[in-house]
Design a protein around this ligand. Structure first.
Ligand code: UD1
Ligand code: CA
Length: 446
């Protein structure tokens, strides 16, 4: 089976520069999500109908098979245009839209099963909804689908029908292509409605059935920013439930924002107002406290992070971070390292047991085991043109307010005096002063 994904429309109601199908739902463009769900149900060959801002869509989607629909004359027209490619293929065709990102792979699987077992020519995915406004209505005779009528074409009586067309269908390839030739645009929008093929096929006595799903949330089409927010909420809820089913503790799911690809271990506690994004992996028994954002990072077990930002970083078991720390890309915190209040780390490794508790910047650096970084320490890694490295050995003690001008190396078991500006290397087991000697002028007040 192949899929035909309709994504040429302008998405006028979104009021956006961005093509509608590239708007993100829980961290993933809608169109990518649709492809992922299809893939999970075993459909890997996709044909896209692209039109509006097709270059932008292609840039996001990469090398995909597509047909260009220059003028968007309707969903039926879109399929007609796909004929040049579909005509050469024998596979059954599952049609879906780029703007219905909540459908589940289980639903596609069930539909495929019925289609194949009953050897149907067409199956339509339908759903009963509380508010059917705007959707095509399923028209049945003797319990079987015979037509789909669009909102604008429907009679008052038909508008009362609450079973709607989700916009997902499976067709036998040649049946679809024959029927789509027969669609016209004699309707109030002057569009070629794909939905008209149902009446055509059923009128010819072909085997057409509908399959009704229960969960109204699945069929939500995203046509506006309000619906985008609804889709985001539903996907977040689904992700939260999946995590809790796997043993994660969410103190307040309603204010927990965890994206699709995130993995979290058992008994880790997520406090309110936490955002976890990208391909982040978090181990067991961690505590992620309020106002933390973690992105594309790998975090071990028993880690505690409070009110901090962690980006593209690696934190080993037992690490503690925050409150108010910023771990920028390539911060690498080894076993039990501690980074505290108002500390920024970038492209730096803090070996096992290193502590940087307060008001510090460490960039482009390597800090050896158990070394203590005093409050206010700054690595001056940038000379205005180039970045330079700082190396600090193990078991050293960097005095408060040390300014370490890179490139520079500090040995093992060494000290810098508080307030020092360090511009030269320090050997092992050495105390370095790099500050003016204090002078007391007695009686000066007089
Ligand atoms: C469509 C269905 C409606 C169904 C609803 C489900 C038709 C005529 N109506 O209505 O029965 O209840 O979806 O969400 O099919 N597109 C193209 N080319 C075009 C027109 C549209 O590629 O010329 C694409 C759009 O980008 C979109 C999809 O087709 O991804 C659906 O189009 P849209 O205009 O949103 O249709 P609806 O009015 O929602
Ligand atoms: Ca739509």
């Amino acid at each position: 089976m192949i899929s035909l994904i309709l994504a040429a429309g302008k998405g006028t109601r979104m009021k956006s520069e961005k093509p509608k199908v590239l708007h993100e739902v829980n961290g993933m463009p809608m169109l990518k999500r649709v492809v992922k769900v299809l893939e999970n149900s075993g459909i890997e060959k996709n044909l896209f109908i692209l039109g509006h801002k097709k270059e932008v869509v292609l840039e996001a989607m990469g090398d995909v098979m597509y047909v260009e629909q220059k003028e968007q004359l309707g969903t039926g027209h879109a399929v007609l245009i796909a004929k040049e490619k579909l005509g050469n293929l024998k596979e059954d065709v599952l049609i879906t839209c780029g703007d219905t990102p909540l459908l589940k792979s289980e639903t596609f699987n069930k539909m495929k099963k019925i289609f194949e077992e009953k050897n149907l020519d067409c199956i339509v995915l339908s759903c009963k909804v509380k508010n059917p406004f705007g959707y095509g209505r399923i028209i049945k005779e003797n319990g079987n689908i015979v037509d789909i009528v669009e909102e604008k074409e429907a009679t008052d009586e038909q508008r009362k029908i609450d079973e709607i067309n989700t916009g997902v269908y499976i067709f036998k390839n040649e049946k679809l292509l024959e029927a789509v030739e027969k669609i016209n645009n004699n309707n109030s929008k002057g569009e070629y409605y794909l939905t008209d093929v149902i009446k055509i096929l059923s009128g010819e006595g072909q085997k057409v059935e509908s399959f009704q799903i229960e969960d109204e949330d699945e069929v939500l089409g995203v046509n506006s920013k309000v619906q985008l927010a609804q889709a985001n909420r539903i996907l977040r809820e689904r992700k939260n439930v999946e995590l809790m089913d796997n043993g994660v503790i969410l103190l307040d799911p309603a204010t927990t924002y965890i994206e699709e690809n995130v993995e979290i271990g058992e008994d880790t506690v997520i406090y309110p107002n936490v955002t976890i994004q990208g391909n982040t992996k978090i181990g067991k028994n961690c505590e992620i406290l309020g106002n933390t954002r973690i992105e594309n990072s790998v975090i071990g077990d028993n880690v505690r992070i409070e009110a901090s930002v962690v980006e593209q970083s690696t934190l080993e078991d037992g690490v503690t971070v925050g409150p108010f720390a910023h771990l920028r890309p390539k911060a690498n915190l080894k076993l039990n390292a501690h980074v505290g209040n108002f500390v920024e780390i970038k492209n730096a490794t803090l070996e096992e047991g290193v502590k940087a508790g307060h008001l510090t910047y460490i960039g482009d650096a390597q800090v050896g085991e158990r070394t203590n970084i005093g409050a206010g320490t700054i690595t001056c890694n940038y000379d205005g043109k180039n970045k330079h490295k700082t190396k600090i050995g193990k078991d050293s003690f960097i005095g408060s307010n040390s300014i370490i001008v890179a490139p520079v190396e500090i040995g093992e078991k060494s000290f810098t005096a508080a307030g020092s500006v360090i511009t030269e290397n320090i050997p092992d087991e050495t105390l370095a002063f790099g500050r003016a000697k204090q002078i007391n002028k007695e009686g000066w007040n007089k």
